[in-house]
Ligand binder design. Sequence first.
Ligand code: ATP
Length: 354
Amino acid sequence: MSVEVRNITKRFGSFTALENINLTAPDGDLVALIGPSGSGKTTLLRIIAGLESFEPVDGADILFKGTSVVGNRIGERKVGFVFQHYALFRRHTVYGNIAFGLNVRRGKDRLSRKIIRERVMNLIHLVQLDGLESRYPDQLSGGQRQRVALARALAIEPRFLLLDEPFGALDARVRQNLRRWLRRMHDEIKLTSIFVTHDQEEALELADSVIVMNRGRVEQEGTPAEVFHNPKNEFVMDFLGNVNLFHGRVESGRVLFDQSADIITKSSNKTRLFVRPHEIELLPENIDNAGLPAKISRIQLAGAIAKIELTDTNNKEIFVEMSHEKYSVYKFQNGDSVFAFPKNSIVFPEDYSI
Ligand code: ATP
């Protein structure tokens, strides 16, 4: 089921937490909502779930599958919610926690014990907790508890799922495993889901589409590749990964980098050039005099790529990433003098400070 947010503004007193938000989570997609702390992600999720009100301005609406749900009660919206802190019922077993939303149903909505059992056992299998149904929350690991929380949210057969920093409290390794597991589970059940994270790597790895928020506004919406390779402004470029900022000029379509701040301040057409670490080539010689002179200050070889930090003549840091294969050509060492050749830079038209 698709979820649409239209013209949503939210104020807490005189503070505007969300300003005219418009976005769509397409049917069956896993959508990541990312942005720095305080950018309004949780507030937006709460508004979609119906837990928070918004300003009744013209055109303000929340639509599920094209139908407005603004007048609906929370229960009617049938949204599954998973928070950062699992908040399981400590006195209930895994089974009891997952069955909770079904056991409390009354009247015509009540399901038979047999159907509840079937559904709960299927969910236990889906979240890979077979055999642990009689355990209590304090007998589980953090990752297992979070999977119980997810199964509990799914038990009510929600129309879609909202996850607020679902893996935020877990350590890096468990987090990475759960990420992949969530992706596989999503591919299996195809339930439209919106998850909040401030971890850009998690968003880019996991999501079908990404919504980048900043100071209560949507900066950009698109597939992970779109927002990473075609960021709309400096904020998105910087937020989605390490980036190097250089000063330079664009002359007759050519990008000229300038390592000296003095020359730039005298130049009338100065500009800011952004280059990702993997778009910089390092060479021991200054071919065509086009390289930026720098010294290697740190080399990190553990991991899938080689990460090299340089210091330029103004003591500014430059981050470079390359394959181990490329690294092995020159085998640079700490303290080596090198030349950095930015291969691709992005220049943004407006002056938009990070
Ligand atoms: P984080 O990543 O730190 O969780 P977030 O992007 O989820 O941040 P929100 O929790 O949505 O941000 O908060 C957005 C802004 O609204 C923040 O500046 C916050 O202080 C403010 N805010 C949120 N709830 C309230 C409230 N009940 N009363 C007043 N201000 C609030």
